[in-house]
Design a protein around this ligand. Structure first.
Ligand code: SF4
Length: 654
């Protein structure tokens, strides 16, 4: 059996500290206690960033060289466990910065950017593990453009070649993500590359990193962090095998888990059963007309989150079946089996003809929120976001805000501002943002408070609060996801308390529970907190959100033990999840996050919906305040949303 290096089996046991400013790399033994207490992936990265900030103090500017970005894997990556091919990327995110002043937010307290974690699949995470390094810990800024090569346990800092750049409007700009990936794949056959695109190069606040052409570290602005560091790409290549504490026991247990997942996916009772065919686009019908639940829908956002409903005769144009009709073969993450949510897609003819991958539900929903009801245009926009390296979800929220501003007459100083319902406007504006072209592109490329201030400066007679009313990402929001925020108080709490920023839907998900009758401030708070703990572990184990089994059950922990040699019970593993979530929150407290950030409700969300099955619903600020009270109490935090010293001590963080 090969050695695991340093620390528990399953990991490579080494991480690389890379200082781009000094052009140095130190490959060091990892700290086994950090792996034991923070599990892997996201948890370990939170600890590495916390330790960095303890030395430097809070980070004032996410785009400064002082920001640390960590990219890496987890113990379960590259094993036979289905969907365990997800890697992690963590950093302080530019999109969530709201340093102020922001007079459009009553009670605004400055936030300097939040600890952001992104998860990506594809091949890159498994290949990075095979290349022999658990985490790349990247500090500083290179004085000229560079890229990283990770192979056989070594990391090299190399000059980024001219062929990775092009000249656009007289400026030297990184090429598209697929052009960079293709160039580096030609150079290193069999490798995998994670890179920025022109948006990251141009420091767009919601630029992503793209791996294997369409697998993104999407939310929060990882692409902009690469751009700020003059770092273009990371290429990984290796053949290193994962080391097991007890390979025979692991193989037997993994076979059982595999069979369970297969059975689960084959059972139409479970939502997992739709993933191999429709993927997440199943939710398009579910959220709109309740095709699978008997007309209980009405929470697919419309017209910048004003409504959760639009004329039903248009729904089929952008429904689940419409996207199934352009779907092709599976195009899944490395070693994913059974669940297999992703498929290639192709539009055969028309102005948006081309090949790519089927967009995800959240992406489509947030572009329907821009009143775009053209499936082929939505497919094309998704393709272009992957090319330019832009997070599809935040882009959707930014565009809906810009369209609202234009409709209300605030964008006259920004020629070409997009209009609701115009796909050509969206495509043109997307390119302007990615390349920061003209006043419009520069304006919309920044975080939202700068958008509000910029539009305010162009409309001196207008009240800033009327401008801010159009921008739901105000006050450092990441952008609400594709479930209408007015529809469910529990989901709004999940949106409001997510560690990676207001609007994130992945850290807790309440929809089926709330439809099933979950209510009451204490119950909602406990449900959201429990989801956040569980998701912290999913990300830290390297699992996909769509893994079907209980990852804290004793049988699953037996498998984890056979892999790593680490003894966890359900209680001790759950404690790791709570530790990770509290540590992230503590980092965010240091960055300025208090109850003020969590409690902010964009004013337009308090206006009731006027149609659909959930007509009359809106965010009730007083009730939300009571849920927040219960949430902080459940977490053991102060009523101002701070993690107290005794809680840090209790969780073993201090
Ligand atoms: S279910 Fe989908 S996102 Fe998850 S690992 Fe499989 S292909 Fe990737």
């Amino acid at each position: 059996m090969p050695s695991s290096g340093n620390g528990p089996f399953g990991y490579k046991g080494v991480w690389a500290k890379i200082d781009l400013g000094e052009r140095t790399v130190r490959v060091e033994p990892a700290d086994p206690a950090v792996y034991r207490d923070y599990v892997g992936g996201r948890g370990v990265q939170a600890r590495l960033i916390y330790d960095h900030l303890r030395k430097t103090g809070p980070l004032k500017d996410p785009l400064s060289p002082a920001n640390r970005i960590v990219i890496g894997s987890a113990a379960l990556n590259d094993t036979a466990v289905p969907t365990a091919g997800r890697g992690s990327c963590s950093f302080i995110g530019p999109m969530t910065a709201s340093p102020g002043p922001a007079p459009w937010v009553p009670g605004h307290a400055p936030v300097a950017g939040l600890l952001t974690h992104s998860s990506a699949g594809g091949l890159f995470p498994n290949m990075l593990k095979r290349a022999g390094i658990d985490h790349l810990i990247i500090d500083g800024r290179a004085d000229t453009p560079v890229r990283l090569l990770v192979a056989d346990g070594k990391v090299e800092i190399l000059d980024a070649e001219d062929e990775l750049f092009e000249t656009v409007d007289g400026r030297r700009v990184a090429r598209t993500a697929s052009a960079i990936t293709d160039a580096l794949t030609r150079k290193y056959p069999g490798s995998s590359t994670m890179c920025l695109g022109p948006a990251g190069w141009n420091l767009v606040a919601y630029a992503c990193l793209t791996g294997d052409h369409h697998r993104n570290f999407g939310r929060g602005g990882a692409g902009a962090i690469f751009g700020s560091k003059n770092l273009v790409a990371i290429t990984a290549f290796g053949r290193g095998a994962t080391a097991y504490h007890d390979a025979a026991a692991f193989a037997a247990l993994a076979k059982e888990i595999d069979a369970q997942v297969r059975t689960h996916v084959a059972d139409p009772k479970w939502t997992a059963s739709f993933r191999p065919t429709t993927g997440t686009t199943w939710w398009l019908d579910r959220t709109f007309n309740g095709k699978y639940l008997g007309k209980q829908g009405g929470y697919l956002p419309w017209h910048n989150f004003d409504e959760g409903w639009f004329p039903p005769e248009d729904q089929a144009k952008v429904g689940t079946d419409a996207f199934l009709a352009i779907s092709g073969r599976h195009n899944v993450c490395n070693r994913c089996r059974h669940v297999m949510c992703t498929r290639a897609a192709k539009v055969e003819a028309g102005p948006y003809a081309g090949a790519g991958v089927r967009p995800e539900f959240e992406t489509i929903a947030l572009w329907i929120n821009c009143c775009i009801l053209d499936r082929d245009a939505l497919f094309r926009l998704n393709y272009l976001c992957n090319e330019y390296g832009i997070d599809t979800m935040t882009f959707g929220s930014v565009m809906a805000g810009a369209m609202d501003l234009a409709e209300k007459g605030f964008m006259k100083a920004f020629p070409g501002a997009p209009a609701f319902g115009s796909a050509p406007d969206m495509i043109r504006t997307l390119k302007a943002i990615a390349y920061r072209t003209g006043d419009l592109g520069s304006l919309l490329a920044g975080p939202s408070d700068r958008v509000i201030a910029g539009v305010g400066a162009a409309n001196p007679g207008a009240a800033l609060k009327d401008i801010a009313r159009c921008v739901t990402t105000a006050y450092g929001g990441l952008g609400y996801a594709g479930i209408e925020p007015k529809a469910f108080p529990g989901m709004f709490t999940a949106y409001g308390t997510s560690n990676r920023g207001r609007g994130d839907h992945t850290y807790a998900w309440t929809i089926q529970a709330e439809e099933g009758g979950l209510e009451g401030a204490g119950n909602l708070a406990a449900y959201v907190a429990g989801g956040q703990t569980g998701k912290a572990l999913v990300d830290s184990m390297g699992l996909c959100d769509f893994f079907t089994e209980d990852h804290t059950s004793e049988p699953f922990l037996a498998l984890y033990r056979a892999l790593t040699g680490l003894e966890y019970t359900t209680a001790t593993m759950t404690a790791c999840g709570r530790r990770i979530y509290a540590l992230e929150r503590h980092v965010n407290n240091g960055q300025g996050r208090t109850r003020a950030y969590d409690a902010y409700v964009p004013p337009k969300l308090t206006v009731p919906m006027t149609g659909g099955a959930l007509k009359g619903r809106a965010v009730d600020e007083a009730y939300y305040g009571r849920v927040l009270d219960a949430y902080y109490e459940h977490q053991g935090w102060t009523n101002d949303g701070l993690v107290p010293a005794e809680k840090l001590k209790e969780l073993g963080i201090a």
